[in-house]
Each structure stands twice: as C-alpha cells, then as structure tokens.
Design a protein around this ligand. Structure first.
Ligand code: HGA
Length: 610
C-alpha cells in the first residue's frame, strides 16, 4: 500500500527519496510526491499522479537542494487520485506530512480546524494531521511536542512522518497501526514503511513498536513508547534473503517469482526436516510445549493466504487429527466467535502487516486462545513480533502484487505444522516419514511443473477474448482452484470463479457455454472418478475445458477438452505442485491481455489498511 520514505543527511537527499519510492513501487499506488526543505529553508513540494517515474521526471536530472525530506507513494483511501490529494500535505508553508493508514475521525477534526480558520486543499483524511500539528505548534515551542499533542486527537491507524521548516535536519515519526522502520546511517538517518526502501543506504534498522514515536536528526534517534517514555529498541541487521534484487532475465517480477519456487521451497526445508520428522525449533524455541497441547486450530488470513489456510484444514483434520476452522480476517475480527478448548490461533500473511489479520491476532489475545502462531515471510514484521510462535516462510522478497512463492512456501509451513501437531496426536511414524519424503521431493516436482511453461503459453491466446471463467477442483484442490481463479482475476482482469466441482449442479452449470472456459484441477487422487463425472456434466452442456491432470488420470484432449499433463506426484503435495501451472496460466493470459502484471490496477501489496 502507501509507501513512506524520509531522510535527514548532510548530502542532498531527493535521489535517495525517489530511489526509496521506486523500491516500494511494487506495493501498488496511484500517485507519488516528495517535499524537501531546501537550502533557503523553504519547503519544496513535487507531486504527480501515476508512477514514481513521473515524479522523477518532474524533479529532473539535478537533485533538489535540501538535505532533509519526506516522500510518499499513495494508494487512495479518502479522496480521488489527483495531484492535490497526493502526499505530502503542507500546512502554513511549514509543516509537511506523509501518512499511511486512515484517520477515522477526520470529518470531526476537519470541522474543528475549519472553525479555527484552516483551509483544506485536498479531500484526504491525511490533511487534518498537518493542520493540527500546525495548530499545536502555536502552543508548543517544540516540534516533537506538537506532533505528540496532535496524535492524541487521531483515531484510526497511521504511520506518519513529519517535517517542520523551523527545524531543519529533524524528522518526527509516529506509528500506530502501520509499520515504520528507522534506517541508521553514519551522519545520516532515514525512515521508511519497509526496510526494502532503504537498502541502498543502510542495512541497520530499528523497527518501531505500536504506539512508538521517534525524534530523528542526522546524528541521533530518540524513540519514545506510547506513554512518552524514552525506550531503547533493538537494532536489527538486515537479513540478506529478503532482498528482491532485480528482475534478472525475466520480463516481470511475477514470472521470476514463479520460477523461484523450487529454490524458495528448498530454502524453506533447509535444516527443518530430519529423516522421519521435524527439527525441534521450526516454530521457535520451546514451541513443541505449546503445540503438544493443541486440540483445535483457528486459521485467520486474507486473500491468497486464506487459500493456503483452506488447504491446511484438509491436512490438519485428516493427518493431525485436530479440528480446524479457517476464516477471512475481516470477518473474524468483527464477529463474536466461539473459541474452542485448547485452540491455537494461526495467522498467515506474506508481509506480516496485513491490517485485518494483524487486528485479528491482537483481538485473539483477549479471547482465550492457547497461543498464537504466524506463518509469515518477513522476519521483522508486526505479526512475527507479536505472535507467540512464528514460522518464517523464507521465500525472499516478493515484489509481484499477485502472490506466488509466498503461497507455496506458506503451504510448506502448514504441512510442517500438520507434522508438528500430528506427532502428538497419534500420527504414525510411517505417516510422518511419508510427509517428510513428499516434502523432500517437492522442489524437484516444482521444477518439473515449470517445464509446462511453453505449453501453457501456447494456450493463453484462447483466453484473449474471454470475459468469464470457472475453476473446478475437489478436496485440497478446491482451494487451489480458488487460488487459480484469484490469480487470473488479479492480473488478467478476467472474471473468474472457483467452485468445488460437486457444487456445479447447484447453480453454476447454468453459466456453461463455449464462451466461458472451465479450468479443472485433476490430480490422480481418490476423488478423481467423482471429478470425471463433473467433467462430463460440463461437456454435455457444450463447455470448453482446460484440464490440468496427472497422466495416470487418463484424460484425453478432444474438441471440448485440452489436457495439460502435470508431473505425477504424491497426493499430499499435489496442491502445491498444481498451483504452479495455474500461476503460469494467469501470467501468460495477462501478457496476452497486455495488463500491468506486477502492479495490477487498483491493487496493492502489503494491505496495511482495512
Ligand atoms: N488515507 C490516506 C492514505 C492512504 C493509505 O495509507 N493507503 O495505503 C489517503 O487516502 O491519502
């Protein structure tokens, strides 16, 4: 979502700000802007609708004069996508603010400020912050104190970064609900909403905790907790695996990340498996003591991560012998739910900052869960820090908005969770060894699945003029069909729905005609014969099918069916393996459609607002 970057240095910083924004570009945004305090002590503001490149072009070749500045990429929540609504927002030509999140009481604050004589130049909720700080500055000599006084009035979630023309060389940040890190340099310091933004300038970071504020100069960083007490926060060295690098030989990050899956899974398995089971501290030190007591699992997630949770339910109930519920975080957090006895709350999130999932985790602490576990890709994220246990997916930075390798590595983690709980709940040694063996061959199976790339690319033109599609699967492949449908709609903008194949006759069969491709996921599992009957139901109604099938499933291509044979694999890992051809299908269809694959319209990565 929105990206924040700030810097205070001895050198000119406009290029650092723009490079930082570029590194956050992948999150999706609609406009970008920056403000620097120039050598005359004036705030220089440049904002543009569109890509960071448009901002860069507007700034021009020469770095702006000024050694302190703030910058932002916006994903609009309040107010349309216009230059006036782009951040930074300025009050009294002196206070500049960028903000990530939503100020829920902005209407009330706006009215109060208007009564005080403030004029608003945008429709955003953010603009109330800068005017309120400006108003507080009349009472507080100290810039930090004015920001502190302001945030007492704000309701909602925010990460905000403020600059004051009367305090050159100083930045103030406040975190409440949206992530912020401080990058530590030598004679210079930085701020960003994600450490990736600052990797060209530093590898040392402080991750702000909820409620923290920081007062930052070139040479000093002072952090205060939510009660205003000075605190020491740990300095983290950057974990090299979480660096996106470039696109390499690939045309898009998404394609690169699809192809990285075998190595990402290999990395996820390293030192975590023994011959017959799991290493002890896969979920963190002492985790087995907690996992031993688990009798129920409640999974909470959003989007692609939710689909991973749905697959895990099949595994946890069938293999580990625990009951499992899976729920979308934005629903879970706003309803009264029944907490099962000895229930473990499992959150799944690539970024570990997904607003609804994080809120659900925080809520769970008051609800009487046995404990919490997060399956997450970012070691320094809020969810990892706030959960009792954590499983790091080790997928490396995922830049494509449409999640790929984060999903498959989440599934690996969830299979390991099945093993970890199952070992205490009667899972036999043979069953445990079988899971371990399947996981060990998984990277090779993913490599074999990637060999389908050319065949799938050749199919893609058949989707060029389609507006709707249907994905079918059964058992663990039902959530994979859901994930396949989500990928296709996200990046090709073709409407795609997924159904459990057995549900066809309860409605969706009415939609079948030659204009709506039906994509079927058909590994050679115990539900194959049932699935074949569903395939016949589609054929009888003139549907055109694309069947991703195990060669032993004996499907044959004909006028109404194109069969893509997927490498034979164990039923257990089939949901992970079959994900790959569906990702490739979406990718190549999106290429035919000419969409913005890595940053599809209206979407954002790391969904830090509700
Ligand atoms: N509410 C602000 C910031 C939006 C945001 O954080 N998006 O991720 C706005 O609409 O400008």
């Amino acid at each position: 979502m929105c990206g924040i970057v700030g810097a205070t240095s001895e050198r000119r910083i406009s290029e650092i700000l723009i490079e930082g924004l570029k590194r956050l570009e992948y999150r999706g945004y609609d406009s970008a802007g920056l403000a620097v305090l120039n050598d005359n002590g004036d705030i220089e503001l440049v904002r543009r609708v569109g890509k960071v490149q448009a901002l860069k072009d507007a700034v021009g070749e020469q770095p702006l004069s000024g050694t302190t500045g703030i910058a932002h990429t916006r994903w609009a929540t309040h107010g349309g996508v216009t230059e006036a609504n782009a951040h930074p927002h300025i009050s009294g030509n002196c206070i500049a603010v960028v903000h990530n999140g939503i100020i829920e009481n902005h209407d009330k604050l706006r009215q109060q400020l208007q009564q005080l004589g403030y004029t608003f130049n945008s429709d955003t909720d953010t603009e109330v912050i800068c005017h309120w700080i400006h108003h507080e500055r009349k009472k507080h000599d100290d810039f930090f104190a004015a920001v502190q006084a302001t945030i007492k009035h704000l309701e909602g979630a925010y990460g905000t970064l403020v600059m004051d023309c009367r305090n050159p060389g100083r930045l103030v940040v406040a975190r409440s609900g949206s992530p912020l890190v401080i990058g530590l340099g030598i004679g210079e310091n930085f701020v960003a909403s994600d450490q990736l933004a600052l990797l060209p300038v530093t590898r040392r970071f402080i991750v702000l905790e909820e409620g923290d504020m920081a007062d930052i100069t070139r040479t000093e960083v002072k952090v205060y907790d939510r009660d205003g007490n000075p605190v020491e926060r740990e300095v983290h060295e950057f974990d090299g695996h979480y660096d996106a690098g470039g696109k390499g030989e690939y045309r898009h990050y998404m394609l690169k990340e699809i192809h990285e899956q075998p190595s990402a899974v290999r990395h996820a398995l390293e030192e975590r498996l023994t011959d017959h089971g799991l290493a002890d501290d896969v979920f963190g030190k002492g985790s087995l003591e907690l996992l031993k007591r688990v009798k129920h699992v409640q999974i909470v997630a959003c989007g692609t991560s939710y689909h991973a949770g749905l697959v895990a339910r099949y595994w946890l109930e069938a293999l580990a012998g625990v009951s499992c519920n899976v729920e979308i975080a934005s629903e879970f957090r706003y309803r009264t739910s029944h907490v099962h006895h000895d229930s473990l709350l499992v959150t799944i999130s690539q970024s570990g900052e997904t607003a609804d999932t994080l809120a659900a985790l925080r809520l769970s602490k008051q609800l009487g869960y046995l404990g919490s576990l997060t399956i997450c890709n970012v070691p320094t994220s809020s969810m990892v820090r706030e959960s009792d246990l954590a499983y790091l997916t080790r997928a490396g930075a995922e830049i494509g908005v449409a999640s790929t390798k984060a999903f498959t590595t989440q599934l690996v983690g969830l299979l390991m969770l099945t093993l970890a709980i199952g070992q205490f709940r009667g899972m036999s040694h043979e069953q445990q060894s079988a899971v371990v063996q399947s996981l060990k061959v998984l990277p090779n199976k993913l490599e074999e699945a990637l060999l389908l790339s050319e065949a799938i690319e050749a199919l893609a033109p058949e989707f060029a003029d389609k507006y709707h599609s249907l994905f079918l699967g059964r058992g663990t492949q039902y959530p994979i069909a859901m994930e396949g449908a989500l990928k296709l709609k996200e990046i090709s903008y073709i409407h795609a729905e997924a159904y459990a194949a057995g549900e066809l006759k309860h409605g969706p069969l009415a939609l079948i005609d030659a204009e709506m491709p039906v994509i079927v996921v058909a590994p050679n599992d115990e539900l194959l014969e049932k699935l074949k009957s569903n395939v016949e139901e589609v054929r009888a109604r003139g549907g055109i099918m694309y069947v991703f099938a195990d060669k032993h499933a004996h499907f044959k291509s004909d006028d109404s069916m194109r069969v893509i044979n997927v490498t034979h694999c164990d039923e257990l890992i089939a949901p992970i393996v079959y994900t790959v051809p569906l990702q490739l299908l979406s990718y190549f269809v999106a290429i035919i459609k000419g969409t913005d694959v890595d940053q599809p319209r209206n979407l954002a990565k790391s969904v830090t607002v509700e």
